[in-house]
Design a protein around this ligand. Sequence first.
Ligand SMILES: *Cc1c(COP(=O)(O)O)cnc(C)c1O
Length: 482
Amino acid sequence: MGSDETSTVADRSAPTRAAPAPDRRYDCLDDAARLARRYLDGPGDRPVTAAAGLDELRAVLARPLPDEGEDPSAVVESLARDVEPGLVASGGPRYFGFVIGGAVPTAVAADWLVSAWDQNGGGFVASPALSVVEEVAAAWVRELLGVPASSGVGFVTGCQMANFTCLAAARHAVLRDAGWDVEAHGLHGAPRIRVLTGEYAHVTIGVACRLLGLGQLVDVVPADNQGRMRADALSEALADGADGPTIVCAQAGEINTGAFDPFLDIARLCRDHRAWLHIDGAFGLWAAASQRRHTLVAGAEQANSWATDGHKWLNVPYDCGIAIVADAQAHLAAMTSTSAYVPAHAADVPYGLDWTPEFSRRARGVTVFAALRQLGRHGLADLIDRCCDHAGLIARRLAAEPGLEIVNDVVLNQVLVRFGDDDALTDAVIERVQRDGVCWLAGSTFRGRRVMRISVVGWQTTPADAHRSADAIITAVRAAGG
Ligand SMILES: *Cc1c(COP(=O)(O)O)cnc(C)c1O
């Protein structure tokens, strides 16, 4: 191709290490599969906490940027060996910290294929097949959650971006109805938008409002003792203001208690005041998929938008959030990207990039498709119910122990525990349980008091795991002098 001179330069910079022969090039994928199996199938008894601290991990992992490339299999082998002591078994059967779901095997495998195929999930042109898989996954999610079949669906990185996407659509719609095109003119000079959230709204709602230029305009509606937005308080707040552009953010599954806002009343109030109703249902919205628990979300289907996660209760790997908007045109108006070099598409066939803030992205809806095929409708309901049953089992075991108080009504998969009337004792027990390594859970502050917070969101947890974990907590309480 080049002149003699340029080929001389190329020769001089040729790699010093021979590249693997073409038929060995992808051996590292087999290595990865073998190492992943060893990790996932590994001893169920390994401590849930990471064995290595940050100093040890840095000592092993920190190295100068290599000048020469390394053998692919050697990289994969040493990566697995070096990180394993610092991994937290958060996908395992006895991890109850935060709200961190496991990952069902098909979803992990599908995720690997998504990486191997390396398609840009942003559009049909770049990835016809995976765009269609995402269409199917979107239809299944709408059906399972009981939201209108005509809703827009965007596969985003997590519920933070799902909240952002939904509230961008809300911002568009409420200003459109007030005669203002926010996509064209921004917020300068726009009618004021009023945002009302429950007292216990998740922090990501506030972040989404901030990113959307609504940061200072949020009114907080008082909650009851389970963290549920009070409908009477919302009614008063709505009656208090002018019926201008208004967005109400309700919640399915409060991050501590797992409680659900009273959607039937809230939806009626929003209709009366022509307010947009958004529901943050990162994990709780999946109660809709359970015959035994779907009444918890009664009325949620009347909302205008819903944000949820795939990587929590659907048990697909990170990252996967889902933004759903009933008014698909508002969703598109807020998110669509058009550019001279992106081929024009028929108005009725939007691209993946029209539903999400991302332009290029992995086809993360594929893991949703795979997980739902492995589980089926019944398997998903069973996953939800099992997690809730195990949370209930742990709560009953702990409630039977003197000095322990279950702080919340255990309606879902979340349990809050309090040890005596002493914040310090509660924190001491949490620390002991974490150190002991049978199970892992974290602390939180709910209504001004420290609590141990247990969240069951993994497909692998069995009743035996729930009992072992309850035993470990009770042992820690007794050792801590509770
Ligand atoms: C976890 C959670 C979020 C944030 O979701 P990410 O996937 O971490 O971005 C938002 N709202 C609620 C209620 C949550 O539980």
